[in-house]
Design a protein around this ligand. Sequence first.
Ligand SMILES: Nc1ncnc2c1ncn2[C@@H]1O[C@H](COP(=O)(O)OP(=O)(O)O)[C@@H](O)[C@H]1O
Ligand SMILES: CC(=O)N[C@@H](CCC(=O)OP(=O)(O)O)C(=O)O
Length: 286
Amino acid sequence: MEAFIEKAKTLIEALPYIQRFAGKIVVIKYGGSAMIDEDLKLSVIKDIVLMKLVGLKPIIVHGGGKEISYWMDRVNLQTQFIEGLRVTDAETMEIAEMILSGKVNKSLVQLMFQQGMKAVGISGKDGAMINVEKKLVNGKDIGFVGNIKHVNTEVLEVLLNSDFIPIIAPIGLDEKGQSYNVNADDAAGAIASAMKAEKLVFLTDVEGVLLDPYDQRTLITEINVSKAEELIQDGIIAGGMIPKIKCCIDAVNNNVGQVHILDGRVDHSLLLEVFTNSGIGTMMVK
Ligand SMILES: Nc1ncnc2c1ncn2[C@@H]1O[C@H](COP(=O)(O)OP(=O)(O)O)[C@@H](O)[C@H]1O
Ligand SMILES: CC(=O)N[C@@H](CCC(=O)OP(=O)(O)O)C(=O)O
């Protein structure tokens, strides 16, 4: 009986959030660093299934950086990152596409299928969704790394209107049809803005933005654009957190209702964020 009362309380607490987000688009960026094992992946997928069942329109944009590095290592290729972006020569591009559009993307589609959900796994190449140009980092060419110029939302609209959950791998095309490796945070931010998403949630392997990356007690629960830029300048926000924060800034400046960074290693962090007032992780505000 107590367990039943607890469940009822949870449902009553969730109801206003369910009503508020019904029919709204929520973009979930599922980072490779939060895909630690199959149990955790299944737990994230179940949360997204629940969101869909209560009437939200989830879109998943996934990463898989760690998996790419693992396979690079297996074929004796060197991995190099500059400002959180992978230096991508032709061979690296080939591996990145195989891992992202193949292995990672289809494993998520498969988990959705096992939960009885209709998901379609595509990359930014499909339907000419993610159009890019070469990205330069401080004027430096780092290979086939794409800077998103435009997101063509047509294919996403078709999928959402037919009740599918889109699962997107971050690969784009330039105007000549060359493939580019796109940082998954950039892809999620650009897709959320283009789709005018109500919410953009980054699932990663830290609690949120930390003032001291080695001390989990220094979580910043709310951060504005100027503070975030200051922390990047000071080197407190570093590595893979840099593209994530830059995307959060672009998203809050471009139509996205709410932007959050959450710990994807914690069971049900997504549900806690979307359907309760627990306020976990870091929220980005203008
Ligand atoms: N100030 C900071 N707060 C939290 N994490 C930070 C910070 N600065 C750097 N990081 C790093 O950013 C990482 C998250 O980025 P990344 O590894 O690219 O994750 P994902 O695969 O989810 O995109 C964290 O694991 C952490 O090591
Ligand atoms: C250009 C660039 O860096 N692309 C990323 C794409 C995958 C990604 O972003 O994965 P996570 O979200 O797991 O980090 C990469 O090659 O690692």
